[in-house]
Design a protein around this ligand. Sequence first.
Ligand code: ADP
Ligand code: MG
Length: 542
Amino acid sequence: MPKSLLSKARVLIVDDEPSNVRLLERILEVFETKAIRSTTHARETLPLVLEFQPDIILLDLNMPHMNGYEVMARLNDAIPAEERVPVLVLTADITPESKRRALTAGAKDFLTKPLDHSEVALRMKNLLENRFLQLELRNQNGQLEDLVQERTRQVEATLQELRATQDAVVKQERLRALGMMAGGIAHDFNNALTMILGYGELLQPWMQATASNKELTYLRNIVAAAQDATHIVSRLREFYRPAENNEVREPVDINAIVEQAVSLTTPKWKGRSRADGIQISVITELHEVPAIAGNAPELREVLTNLIFNAVDAMPEGGAIILSTACAAGDRVAFAISDTGIGMTDDERKRCLEPFFTTKGEQGTGLGLSVVYGIVQRHGGSIEITSQKGHGTTFTVTFPATTAVATAGPQIMDTVERAFRILVVDDQEVICELIAECLKGEGHSTSIAADGRQALALFRASPVELVITDQSMPGMNGSQLAGAIKAHSPDTPVILLTGFGEEMHAAGELPAGVDLVLGKPVSTANLRRAIQQVTSKAVARAA
Ligand code: ADP
Ligand code: MG
């Protein structure tokens, strides 16, 4: 006997005759059917089916109030075909006519009374086999559907990841290609600009004495334009140049950098507020973070550029939030968010490219390129999220260093100090030009026309700083630097050279030279160079 099928089946018995019901129950007990529900009220069939969820219904045909045909009609109305439970009809006499009616109404098989145990079991078994197969199939279909859905989700996620990686690679490659191109252009331009500026500046004092005002104005315009171009080229260089071996890297407290950048840029956002009557608030949310190995002035430049852009993005005013936090993988992150105009997807993807700007004449498109170059050289990464009309967030992460930020990055405090400076150049005009410029800055100067004369002067009356040309007849600038250092190791020497950028980029700092400056040198650059070498000397002395 097929005990197992019957034993796990849920059976509903519907018969108005209680003795019939009991008989059936007893038969089922023999086959160990445990889940049995029965009723003598035909009307209760539908609610019982819904609640009990039987696998088979044993249904009497002749019942008062509602007969078996009507019960089946009700079930058919209420339950969709694919979920219908097989009905086994019980009847005392089965004429061909009632058999046809019952089959049409939905019956699956018949049992004639009086009931025979084994017939009941066999007929039930046939129907149940079918029923369980169907259930199994439905179950498998469901699982299959789930699986297909899950796989589809996985494929979609992978695709999205792939697209993001592809985007990132394309962006990276684009920036790399632009970097190479920018490098080539900058190099050639620099040579040309060196000539224009060099000769232009050489001409100036001479023309001041001889030329008309108009001619002098033309010359000044040439020099000023060349200086602007030099500035652009050097910004471009910050974008493409790779990290150098002798790059200054100290443990830097990024929180201090953020605070300094905020204070340095205060005039820009406070000024805007005052001038346009708009409100820009700057909020800092600084958390304790490890130091990063970096170059403080460069990191300040990153922050100030980002703050400037945030201010530019909020012509109606708004808020800038600067925050720092520890990031995954031993990294330190800072983020700057604004509530400004935001960027389109295309703008966001291209904003790091040199010369990409949406500010027309007002923009150079170099701010973020410089940011990118500096972050790149610090081993960091930039993530940008933005929504047009809803603000922008730049998140920059750097690898943390275990070293402790010592004195913290300091903004030069030696700006106002005056130094005694020796200027050495075989071209008298240049020598005087630089000396004039230094005097204008409050320093006192002496000048020498070549290395030997300089050394003699220095021995007779030591100065605090030497600025020398590189190419001079006899003793050149780096040889002079060596000789000065041999005599006085702590005296800083700045070397001026026509090939300054190239030499610097190749990491060739000649012995005895503290800093190489490319010619032509502007007053601002000279000032910065002096600050740099003298603050180092001050630190050494301390
Ligand atoms: P510039 O500021 O001279 O335009 P940048 O390189 O600093 O050059 O920025 C490039 C462009 O990136 C901007 O012109 C602007 O379109 C977009 N951008 C940068 N920062 C933001 C910001 N915070 N909100 C909206 N757009 C920004
Ligand atoms: Mg900018």
